[in-house]
Design a protein around this ligand. Structure first.
Ligand code: SAM
Ligand code: 2KA
Ligand code: SF4
Ligand code: MG
Length: 202
């Protein structure tokens, strides 16, 4: 199978429980909840996306893509597969190829599609107005606040960690204050800041 990739870059995981860890980011093109075109944003299912996932380059097979990930990452052997929505393209063949090169494989997903088996870390970030297919994993990282996606709606799910990530955009400061207030009064939720934006790395 072939894969369409928006970008591959070496940085620190900025978000969630693994924040601060060196990682290679493999960003796939395309998403099932937004076309990625600004003119479509207002009518998309997911309207707050901070990411450009349109276009990119094609890899014809899993092994060549895994080798490209390794070439970017120096001695880093932790890959975060994201997008766009990686559930559209990530498969067991690619996970196997990455494992073969010594990588642990993490995924960032909106959770609306099934995931292949073999992943080492699953981060699900639910979106209002969608049905969650991935109901277990390592961390549930809810962008906050979202009308129609209250934190309480996810607390029964089988995740090891529950995090609130303030929605970036014009209301980021107010959203951060609201997330802090929620964590103070609902201590099973932790704050996830987008630390890469704070320190100015990709
Ligand atoms: C760009 S998404 C790609 C992966 C997947 N499609 C998803 O939504 O989880 C990566 C992470 O950024 C989060 N994110 C996207 N836009 C954001 C924003 N404006 N503020 C805070 N987090 C955001 C997503 O919820 C997700 O956790
Ligand atoms: N540094 C950094 N950490 C991240 N964690 C998740 C990201 C994503 O866009 O999926 C991301 C990203 O874009 N950059
Ligand atoms: S689901 Fe993820 S990639 Fe798709 S538009 Fe929303 S935040 Fe962006
Ligand atoms: Mg990002």
């Amino acid at each position: 199978m072939s894969y369409t990739v928006r970008e591959i870059f070496h940085s620190l995981q900025g978000e969630g429980v693994q924040a601060g860890r060196a990682a290679v980011f493999l960003r796939f093109s395309g998403c099932n909840l937004w076309s990625g075109r600004q003119e479509d944003r207002a009518k998309a299912v997911c309207r707050f996306c901070d990411t450009d996932f349109v276009g990119g380059v094609k890899y014809s097979d899993a092994q060549s893509l895994a080798e490209a990930v390794k070439a970017v990452g120096g001695s880093t052997r932790y890959v975060v597969v994201t997008g766009g929505e990686p559930g559209l393209q990530l498969d067991e063949t690619l996970i196997h190829a990455l494992h073969g090169l010594g990588f642990s494989v993490a995924v960032e997903t909106n959770g609306t599609l099934g995931l292949p088996s073999g992943l080492d870390w699953v981060c699900v970030s639910p979106k209002a107005g969608t049905e969650l297919m991935v109901t277990r994993g390592d961390e549930l990282k809810l962008v906050f606040p979202q009308d129609g996606a209250a934190p309480e709606a996810f607390e029964h799910l089988d995740f090891a960690h529950f995090l609130l990530q303030p929605m970036d955009g014009p209301d980021r400061a107010a959203n951060t204050a609201a997330a802090i207030a929620h964590c103070l009064t609902h201590p099973r939720w932790r704050l996830s800041l987008q630390t890469h934006k704070i320190v100015g790395i990709p």
